[in-house]
Write a protein that binds this ligand. Structure first.
Ligand code: OSB
Ligand code: MG
Length: 382
């Protein structure tokens, strides 16, 4: 393996602007339908947004945590606490982004809180330069692959109906949530109806190693992968399971940064990694993981946290980076929301691709009236 230049070296050298103001705004947007997983059923998105301004330019970023700790340990309240009391005091105008990352390392974990700030600063700098975020990341625009994540459905027939809608829209792959007792027969029904569909399942950690015989039943369905079959905190047992299964394992919850990705790959715990930029601490760490995986022939894709239009746009820009070879959980806005807080909404083209917004920064407009309509809480910190 040849050593290549770091994909983030130039970004680490970016100089932080002086922040004139900083607000945390919590919004609550109803989902068009409840989203059920093995860990919880969400009926709305409660998101903490960060608004920062410098020299008349305003940037919005989104913390991808939920109000609850059912998917991940961070919550909107822990993120607020960590941002306010520990991360904000470390921001200093004139230092480089790499120096800020180094200072942030002293705070252990809390990647979603860190990502909110790092992403916000990158979006702000892109806006100040008048360039799209992907260009600031050093990447050309490209058509982004789409993918839908379908929540648990009561019956196999209900699930097949939902998959039919996704196929009609030309989604590039379909992921279905599974849990113990709501799995094999549901997947079998979808496979029978769509023998060639790019299909995968996500268990959000619902199984344990003694379920190996049951998990091997998934091998009959030519799935692209099974996402996080075992515990949210495990890497080692996934390496044992991967040896017993044909289907590729993809890790989501277990990967909190580059070191976890390296450990998982070295152990053979997965063949694919779901990179959620928030879970790993932001765009830079996401790019490091993606490049590391590309060098080792490990596919990665961008996960989602059913974000508002702000986080959704961040995920789209990220997917222009090297290594994002597989369709991610990047769906149309209308899959989750009737009205989002940003315009324009994400829509699939006739070929199922998603365009990267071309304007400066995220390339989407945050609509103030919609924020005000949806705001639960507004806090000025600077
Ligand atoms: O496990 O990937 C997951 C949503 C919330 C929390 C965890 C997960 C998900 C999804 C949906 O699967 C992703 C999306 O559509 O944004
Ligand atoms: Mg997942």
């Amino acid at each position: 393996m040849t050593l290549r230049p770091s994909p983030t070296a130039a970004l680490e050298g970016l100089i932080l602007p002086k922040l004139d103001h900083l607000d945390l705004v919590t919004v609550k947007l109803p989902f068009v339908a409840p989203f059920g997983t093995s860990v919880y059923t969400w009926t709305d998105k409660e998101a903490m947004l960060m608004r920062i301004g410098s020299g008349g330019v305003t940037a919005w970023s989104e913390c991808v945590s939920d109000p609850d700790p059912f998917y991940f340990y961070e919550t909107n309240d822990t993120a607020r606490h960590i941002i306010k009391d520990f991360l904000l005091p470390l921001i200093e105008p004139g230092i480089a982004l790499g120096e800020l990352e180094a200072r942030f390392r002293r705070v252990r974990g809390h990647g979603m809180a860190k990502a909110t700030i790092e992403n916000g600063l990158l979006i702000l700098i892109a806006l100040q330069r008048g360039v799209p975020l992907h260009a600031l990341l050093g990447r050309p625009a490209k058509k982004i692959l789409s993918g839908l994540s379908i929540g648990l459905k009561e019956t196999p027939a209900d699930l097949v109906a939902a998959v039919e809608n996704a196929v009609a829209k030309k989604y590039h792959r379909v992921k279905i949530k599974v849990k113990k007792g709501q799995d094999i027969e549901w997947v079998r029904a979808v496979r029978r109806r769509f023998p060639d569909l790019k299909l995968m399942v996500d268990a959000n950690g619902d199984y344990a190693l003694p379920d190996v015989a049951h998990l091997r039943e998934f091998d009959a369905f030519s799935l692209m992968m099974i996402e996080q079959p075992l515990s949210y905190s495990d890497i080692y047992e996934h390496s044992l399971l991967q040896k017993e299964m044909k289907t590729a394992i993809c890790l989501d919850e277990s990967i909190h940064g580059l070191a976890d990705a390296a450990a998982a790959i070295a152990l053979g715990a997965c063949r694919i990694i779901n990179i959620k930029q928030g879970r790993v601490g932001g765009l830079l760490e996401s790019m490091r993981i993606a490049s590391f995986c590309a060098d080792r022939g490990v596919d990665v894709w961008s996960g989602g946290m059913d974000e508002t239009g702000i986080g959704r746009a961040v995920n789209i820009h990220l997917q222009t980076a090297e290594g994002f070879t597989l369709p991610g959980d990047t769906s149309e806005t209308s899959n989750y929301f009737d009205e989002d807080i940003a315009d324009p909404p994400v829509v699939l083209g006739p070929d199922g691709f998603i365009g990267v917004p071309g304007g400066p920064g995220l390339g989407v407009r945050v609509v103030p009236e919609r924020i005000l309509k949806r705001a639960l809480r507004w806090e000025r910190l600077r």
